[in-house]
Structures are given as C-alpha cells and as structure tokens.
Design a protein around this ligand. Structure first.
Ligand code: AMP
Length: 282
C-alpha cells in the first residue's frame, strides 16, 4: 500500500496503470475510519483492480462554528485498517495540495442541496462538491463509492457527475450500523456513554417508521410522527425529520414511490444524521 501526498506523485503512479487498462476505484474519506468506511473500500475492490482511498479533512465543507479543528484524526490507525482491506493507494494531501494558492473555482449543485443538511450547514455541499470534483480530477476514477449514510451527499455527487458529464460510475454503499442500531460515524467518538444512549433514539425512530411502512402506512405525516415519538421520548429535538423522494429528494406527503426518511439532530454538542430507505429506486 502506497501513501502519496502530492498531486504529481499521485498522477505519476496512477496514469501508467490506467493506460494499461486497469480500473481505478476511489473512496473519498475524512479519516478516523470505521467499519462503514471499510465496507466502501471493499465495495470499490469489487469494481476495480486499483483502489485509491483519500484521507482529507476538507476545510471548505465545515462552517465557521463547526468542528473542523477538533475533527478526529488518526492517520496511523487508518493506514493499518486500510492495509487489511486491500487498499492500493492512500492519498493524503495537505490543504495546499487540494487548494493551492490562486485556487478560485467552486462547484454548486443547485437543487438537491436545498433543505435537509443544506439548510443547516450553509456552504457545506459546495465544499463537498468542490473537493470531490478536484479529487476526481486528480484520480480519474472509473468508479467512486459513497455511503448511503450521507444520503444527501450521495445524491449531490450523483447530480454533479451527471451534470458535468464526468466518466465516473457512482456507487452507493449501504449504511453500516453498530449492533445496537446506531449509524457508524467518526463523530460518534464525541459522544459520552449517556449521550450515546440518547443517540439511539434516531435509529429507533427510523426503524419504527420503517415498521409502520412495512405494515402498509403511506401517509408521510404519520410515518414521521412514528419516528418523532421515539425522539420525543429521549428528549431529542431534530433539526429535520423528513420523508423525501429517493432520487430527487423532493419532499413527499405520501410514501407511494421510492422514498427515504432522513433525520438530523444534535445530541449534546454532537450533530448526528441517519436515514432509512423505505423503498429503493428501481
Ligand atoms: P466521511 O469520512 O465521514 O467523510 O465519510 C466518507 C465516506 O464514508 C462517505 O461516502 C460516507 O457516506 C461513508 N460513510 C460514513 N459512515 C458510514 C456508514 N456508517 N455506513 C456507510 N458509509 C459510511
């Protein structure tokens, strides 16, 4: 496994392999890796001979009052985990490599970034789309794998790739949970034992909605109400709890087609997100 820090070294390593016809799979991350991230790497390896994982805590996707400075970082631990799952290349650029002096181009995806996290994290998806476009320009992946955990992000990347005619296949990988249901997240490290118990109300609420859906309920307000009841019991006030169309992310009043329920909430100082796909797009 090679660890590469510069754009020149990355291209010098990858381009000859690509000219030979090897497929490159790419997994962008911010590090502090857990089993959710590793499942993405394994998925990339199913699509490509060369697997590139980037570790870059991207400053442009954090708001001024967010957790950029204290975001968990564990490069040595990450490298050990990535070696185990058959990573070919770890790209670990500095801020200057991704945003060299004179950098002035940003990417805005207009509609799917509205509402949900977009409403609570102004500039977040512009930061995400910009860094992913830059990483794609460096890596030239055939396939890029993103987690359904960050559902709005995955939708944003699909839209970016479609609209800018990028030759990248975007693969969504299922959300990986702890055994008790909590969605795995690097930010779970911030939770005290007590907060972690409170945080379980997010997945419990979503599962309750999923059960109601499985029993035939299609009214969005009632499905959302079922999830909300679990949050109320735990004393959690969501930033949002919504039912949206699974591909367009348009808000829905009825769960008749492909749809996803998404939630974000603060538990203590930690902002958590989770979702369940009630029906997948075909
Ligand atoms: P991050 O390091 O948080 O930027 O996440 C990097 C990638 O891992 C993104 O595509 C995330 O959606 C994905 N990811 C994070 N947590 C999970 C999880 N619990 N299950 C599946 N994918 C995840």
């Amino acid at each position: 496994m090679l660890v590469i820090e510069t754009a020149e070294a990355l291209k010098a390593h990858l381009r000859p392999l690509q000219r030979e016809g090897l497929r490159v799979g790419f997994v962008p991350t911010m590090g502090a890796l857990h089993a959710g991230h590793l499942s993405l790497v394994e998925e990339a390896a199913r699509h490509a001979e060369v697997v590139v994982v980037s570790i870059f805590v991207n400053p442009t996707q954090f708001g001024p009052n967010e957790d950029l400075s204290r975001y968990p970082r564990d490069l040595e631990g990450d490298l050990a985990k990535l070696r185990e799952v058959g990573t070919s290349v770890v790209f670990h650029p500095s801020e200057d490599v991704m945003y060299p002096p004179g950098h002035q181009t940003t990417v805005q995806v207009a509609h799917v970034t509205q509402g949900l996290c977009g409403a609570h994290r102004p500039g977040h998806f512009e930061g995400v789309a910009t860094v992913v476009a830059g990483l794609f320009g460096l890596v030239h992946p055939d396939v890029a794998v993103f987690g359904e955990k960050d559902y709005q992000q995955l939708t944003t990347i699909r839209t970016l790739v479609r609209d800018l005619h990028m030759d990248v296949e975007v693969v969504g990988a299922p959300l990986v949970r702890e055994t008790d249901g909590l969605a795995m997240s690097s930010r779970n490290a911030y939770l005290s034992p007590e907060e972690r118990l409170t945080a379980l109300s997010l997945s419990r609420g979503l599962f309750r909605a999923r059960d109601r859906y499985a029993a035939g309920e299609r009214n969005a307000a009632l499905l959302i109400g079922a999830a909300h009841a679990e949050l109320d019991l735990a004393g959690v006030q969501p930033e949002y709890l919504e039912l949206r169309h699974a591909t367009s992310l348009v808000p829905l009043e009825r769960a008749d087609g492909p749809c996803v329920m998404l939630v974000a909430a603060r538990v203590g100082k930690t902002r958590l997100i989770d979702n369940v796909i009630l029906r997948r797009p075909s």
